[in-house]
Design a protein around this ligand. Sequence first.
Ligand code: ATP
Length: 307
Amino acid sequence: MIHVKQVTKAYGDVQALRGVSFDVAAGEIVGLLGPNGAGKTTLIKILTGYLQPDDGEASIDGLDVLTQTRAAQARIGYLPENAPLYPELSVQTYLRMMADLRNIPPDQQPARISAAVRATALGDYLTRPIGALSKGLRQRVGLAQAILHQPRLLILDEPTVGLDPTQIVEIRHLIRRLSQHSTILFSSHILSEVEAVCDRVIILMNGQIRADARLSELGTTHNAIVVLQHPVNGVAEALRGLKGVRQVELLDGDSRRVTYRLHGADNADLCPLVFEAARTMNWPLRELRPDARTLESVFNELATHSA
Ligand code: ATP
């Protein structure tokens, strides 16, 4: 659905994107995560045909965004970071105007508008001026206009920025519902949001992709955490001698409890080996688990590395 290859973009001296490449298949929900200034909005503007890259290729559903801009845009529903809503228009009038702008034939407009209003639960607010709505409701209006033409791809730039916690949860549910019919790419700098909504995350830092993985895989390591009830002589050496252990790191230890992190070689499955060693040597094993990383720790590690 999305193909991006070696895209670069500079604003004067500021290199916003430095050779970004990725593909998104139909049906995925992908979170584009990055700190402020990482290049998320620039990438989204290129994908939606609002900005030309300096170099590289980008296409939507096989349509080149540079040479087939209009056709590519017709496949996209786009919610910009600051959606240009018209405060004096009612929700209904605004959606009719957007249906016209989207070239939806007049006889199809009532059904399309009803479907978008139903999806975004705006039925009670149709006659209200947009300017009188809460930020969360305005965001829903923005989403309603984005799905009017039943796009195959929804691109949402920071869809929950400025919303309160209840509104954030509502928009997350809405995004999940919309994903039943559309592929979704949305940008955010909120880790918990991406964790709650996405299947896959692309982490952008300083205009470069630093990680691109399914959420379930991102935290996977070959490491293990071993906690002993009390110190035992020779354990570290014995652990170091196990097959697949690259390094034994003492994380914490006092007279009551000792915690090690074992760094495993690729494809190592350390827990069964440690369990067997502990049983044979009668170690006071209190805890043994794979050392999964959270999205937050992956992000922080990359950010530190980037800096
Ligand atoms: P945020 O989360 O703050 O919206 P972002 O990841 O969307 O950030 P971009 O807005 O794409 O990042 O900006 C990437 C870089 O390009 C930043 O250094 C920004 O200051 C710079 N930049 C963006 N737009 C312009 C512009 N019109 N002129 C000059 N520099 C720009």
